[in-house]
Design a protein around this ligand. Structure first.
Ligand code: SF4
Ligand code: SF4
Length: 332
């Protein structure tokens, strides 16, 4: 396997950053997040980031087009496509799978979101195997391997004193060939991942949920939710957005921004009717979407087990506890 000494990783990233816009994990004011590579900054590779790399492909706010009134005519200017090639270095298995979920939403079933597609097609993913496992991580229970990310071009493995690289795609192979002069062959073996502290059995849950739309469990589960939407904003797979506009004088622009099904306004219609009027319907929808509707539509769960929502929810809403409740619930 090709490898680099850990203390020399910056040499590789510096080289890569000349050819690509490289995103890496940093700790910023105590919050782990992906940001453009800067040589002088210390990387954060110990644990997963609190903020997922979703916004690299699907920014929190994104301009779609500009417009300008010129007499009776309306001039529309599309926002230029991003041409720059980028690399997301250090993406964990849970977040790599979340990109696969977003690909299903934005690029499949005959619909292609041009904004997402452009960024996605210009991005290479470099996965980072987990050895330390967080208290709220449960990706293994969701069928993922913390050391083998789905859909990455290159997988980085922790070899102790070195980082090892395994190509997963032809593009990953090209990356290794391109920077081969800073890599060496090694016989070292990858360190294993720690035992998961949090486990949950999800088998049968999607099917059971299809018979639980009117079950009393939703009243109980939703009682403590504050409707703050933090869970959906931190979630690497949540992808709802709203389209809005800004106008000043004769010109303006349209943009989209993240939205959340946990807000009451999310489903409120122009006439005032709201099909999800209370927390019960909103919380039910969140879990139904993650654990049942998405499975029906795309054949996979919309939860990667990253654990962010349960780590940060102010009232400790825990999706693994909800899954257990669903498993235990009596249904006719
Ligand atoms: S973070 Fe917790 S309290 Fe806030 S909307 Fe989500 S489940 Fe409800
Ligand atoms: S629902 Fe929670 S655990 Fe699942 S992917 Fe979203 S943030 Fe992670």
């Amino acid at each position: 396997m090709l490898a680099i000494e850990k203390k020399r990783l910056n040499e590789l990233l510096r080289r890569m950053n000349r050819d690509f816009q490289v995103y890496v994990p940093y700790l910023e004011n105590g919050t782990g997040k992906f940001a453009p590579y800067q040589e002088e900054r210390e990387l954060y590779l110990e644990m997963n980031t609190l903020l997922p790399p979703k916004d690299i492909f699907f920014p929190q706010t994104e301009k779609m087009y500009k417009f300008r009134a010129a007499g009776n005519e309306l001039e529309i200017e599309e926002i230029a496509e991003q041409k720059e090639k980028q690399v997301v270095f250090g993406i964990r298995s849970c977040d790599a799978f979340s990109i696969d979920c977003l690909d299903k939403v934005f690029l499949s079933r005959g619909y292609e979101d041009a904004f997402y597609k452009n960024k996605r097609e210009n991005t290479l993913l470099v996965g980072l195997a987990c050895t330390a496992v967080g208290d709220t991580c449960f990706c293994q229970s969701m069928g993922l391997n913390p050391q083998e990310a789905v859909g990455v071009d290159l997988q980085v493995l922790d070899l102790g004193a070195e980082w090892g690289f395994k190509a997963r795609t032809a593009a990953g192979q090209e990356l290794l060939a391109k920077y081969g002069d800073v890599l060496h062959e090694t016989g070292a073996s990858p360190l294993p991942a720690e035992e998961f502290k949090l486990k949950v059995e999800v088998e049968g849950v999607p099917e059971k949920l299809s018979r639980m739309f009117d079950h009393p469990v939703w009243e109980e589960v939703s009682r403590k939710c504050l409707g703050c939407a933090l869970c959906t904003y931190l979630c690497p797979t949540c992808h709802c957005f709203d389209v809005s506009g800004k106008v000043k004088g004769e010109e303006g622009y349209r943009f989209r921004c993240w939205d959340s099904c946990m807000f009451s306004e999310y489903t409120r219609m122009a006439g005032g009717h709201n099909p999800r009027p209370t927390k019960k319907e909103r919380v039910r929808n969140r879990f139904m979407h993650k654990l049942s509707y998405f499975v029906e539509r795309y054949g996979q769960l919309l939860c990667t087990g990253c654990g962010r929502c349960l780590a940060k929810c102010p009232v400790n809403m825990d999706i693994t506890a909800v899954i257990r409740k669903i498993k235990e619930a009596e249904v006719e």
